[in-house]
Design a protein around this ligand. Structure first.
Ligand SMILES: [Zn+2]
Length: 442
C-alpha cells in the first residue's frame, strides 16, 4: 500500500490544482524569450548558482534559489531545479512590473486559497514564452532587492544561527545594522510581503540598500551588484558566524570557499559490508511493510560518527525539523533503530520482519513511512522512490545534526514551530518542488 505520502510521488497531482505538473515534452519546447537581461549577467548567475549549489554546506538538493535582474525583467531559478546543475533552461523570466502588481492584490484570508491565487498570479507575471516553468516561490523576495544579483542559500553554518534560541540577538551582535532579520514566517506570498516591509523600513532608516538578510529557521539571502561583491559578501557572512562559535564546530559546518565542490556524499564507507547488508534488510522490510521497493542510500559524516553512539541524543536533536527543506525531504523525524535486546551491537543484523514492524508503527504515527532510518554506530540511510530524494533526505538529516550541534553557540537549537510545519505539509507548492526533484536533478 501507499501511505498518504503518495502525493509526493511522481503520480498525477490531486484534482483541482491550479497548475499542471511539468511534463518533459513541454520542457522540450524551450524557453526562448526576448528579455532585457544581458547574456553576460545570465552567465554570471548560472556560474554562481552552480558553484554554491555544488557544495552541500551551502545548499542541498532543490533548496535555495538565485536571480538576476534588469530594470524590466527578473530571471530566477525555476521551482524544483537544483542550483548545482542549473542551466539556461532552468531560469524562468518574470515581468517585474507584473510582479510588483502582486503586492497590491487583495487575497482571501484563508491560507490555502490565498496561496493558490498568489501562485496563479505569479504564473501570470512570467514573461512570454516560459512554457510550463514555474518560478520559485521566493520570487517576490528576490524582486524587492534593488541589486542585480540575489543568492539565497540554506547554509548549514548560517542555520546554526537562524535555528537557534538566541539567534536573532547573536545575529545582531555579529552583523550590526547591516542585518535584516526575518522571524519565522510561512513561506510564499506572506514571506514576500514581510521581506518588502523589512526592506522598505531598512531604506528609510539607513538611507541605503540592504544586502544581507537572515530568515529564521530557513537560511541566508545575499544581494550584490556584481559577481565579486556576491562572493566577498558570502565569504564575509560565513567567516563572521564561524568566528563566533568553537573552532571544532566551525570546522565541521564551514562550507568551501564556494569554488571547490565538496558536495559529494561522504559515502559512509567505514563498514561497507555491514552497510550493504543493512540496505538489503531495509529494502526487504519496506516491501514486507507493504510499501513499493525503494531506493536506499547510506550516508555519514564525522559529526554523525561522533553522535551516533548516543541514540537518545539523536532522538532529541531530530525530534522535529529545523527548516522547510528538512521537512520536505526528510519528513518530520527519522526512524532511529534502538539497540536490539540482549546487549547485541546496535548495528548488528536484524530481521526484515522486525524492521517492518517499526516501519508500520512509524507510518501509523506519521501517516507515511520514514525517509531516513538511522542505525546507531553505523550509518544513516535515505529511503525514497527516487535516488535524488533518498540522497537529499540523508544529507538533510546529517545537516540537522550539525545544526543542532552548532546552535549550542547561540543559545541552543530551536525547531520550526508546529504551526509552520503544518502549513508546509499541506502546501501544494512544496509537494510540487518535491515531485520535480523526484524526477531527477535537471
Ligand atoms: Zn529558501
Amino acid at each position: 500500500m501507499r501511505g498518504p505520502g503518495a502525493e509526493c510521488s511522481s503520480a498525477a497531482p490531486a484534482p483541482g490544482k491550479a497548475i499542471a505538473p511539468c511534463d518533459a515534452a513541454r520542457y522540450a519546447v524551450g524557453t526562448m524569450t526576448t528579455d532585457t537581461i544581458p547574456a553576460g549577467d545570465r552567465e554570471t548567475i548560472l556560474r554562481l548558482s552552480r558553484e554554491y549549489g555544488s557544495d552541500r554546506r551551502w545548499v542541498i538538493a532543490g533548496g535555495g534559489n538565485t536571480s538576476v535582474k534588469s530594470e524590466a525583467h527578473l530571471a530566477i531559478k525555476a521551482s524544483g531545479r537544483s542550483l548545482g546543475t542549473l542551466s539556461e533552461e532552468g531560469l524562468v523570466v518574470m515581468d517585474r512590473a507584473a510582479l510588483s502588481g502582486l503586492f497590491d492584490r487583495r487575497y482571501p484570508d484563508d491560507e490555502a486559497e490565498r496561496e493558490r491565487h498568489a501562485l496563479a498570479d505569479l504564473m501570470d507575471a512570467r514573461a512570454a514564452g516560459q512554457g510550463e516553468l514555474r518560478p520559485s516561490v521566493e520570487t517576490l523576495m528576490h524582486d524587492v532587492f534593488a541589486q542585480r544579483y540575489v543568492v539565497h542559500t540554506h547554509p548549514t553554518l548560517v542555520n546554526t544561527l537562524t535555528c537557534a534560541v538566541d539567534g536573532e540577538r547573536h545575529a545582531r551582535e555579529i552583523f550590526g545594522d547591516e542585518l535584516i532579520w526575518v522571524p519565522v514566517v510561512n513561506p510564499g506570498y506572506v514571506l514576500g510581503l514581510i521581506v518588502r516591509e523589512a526592506i522598505t523600513a531598512f531604506r528609510r532608516e539607513h538611507r541605503r540598500e540592504p544586502w544581507l538578510m537572515l530568515l529564521a529557521n530557513h537560511g541566508l539571502v545575499v544581494a550584490g551588484e556584481n559577481e565579486e561583491e556576491i562572493r566577498q559578501r558570502q565569504r564575509a557572512v560565513i567567516e563572521a558566524i564561524a568566528g563566533s562559535m568553537p573552532e571544532d564546530d566551525a570546522r565541521l559546518v564551514r562550507p568551501a570557499a564556494g569554488v571547490d565542490p565538496a558536495g559529494k556524499p561522504s559515502g559512509a564507507d567505514g563498514d561497507r559490508a555491514s552497510i550493504d547488508a543493512w540496505i538489503e534488510t531495509l529494502r526487504a522490510a519496506w516491501v514486507e511493510a507493504g510499501e513499493d521497493e525503494p531506493v536506499i542510500v547510506a550516508d555519514s559524516d564525522e559529526n554523525f560518527a561522533e553522535q551516533s553512539g548516543d541514540p537518545a541524543l539523536m532522538h532529541e536533536h531530530l525530534r522535529a525539523p529545523f527548516s522547510p527543506d528538512h521537512l520536505v525531504y526528510a519528513y518530520r523525524t527519522p526512524l532511529i533503530l534502538d539497540a536490539p535486546a540482549g546487549g547485541a551491537s546496535p548495528s548488528g543484523p536484524r530481521s526484515p520482519g522486525e524492521i517492518a514492524e517499526q516501519i508500520r508503527a512509524f507510518r501509523d504515527l506519521h501517516r507515511r513511512p520514514p525517509r531516513v532510518v538511522i542505525v546507531p554506530s553505523l550509518a544513516l540511510f535515505g529511503v525514497a522512490q527516487a535516488e535524488p530524494v533518498a540522497r537529499a533526505a540523508a544529507a538533510l538529516c546529517l545537516d540537522a545534526l550539525l545544526i543542532a550541534r552548532g546552535a549550542a553557540a547561540f543559545g541552543g537549537y530551536a525547531f520550526m514551530p508546529e504551526e509552520q510545519i503544518r502549513f508546509i505539509e499541506g502546501w501544494e507548492v512544496e509537494r510540487f518542488r518535491l515531485k520535480q526533484s523526484e524526477q531527477g536533478d535537471r
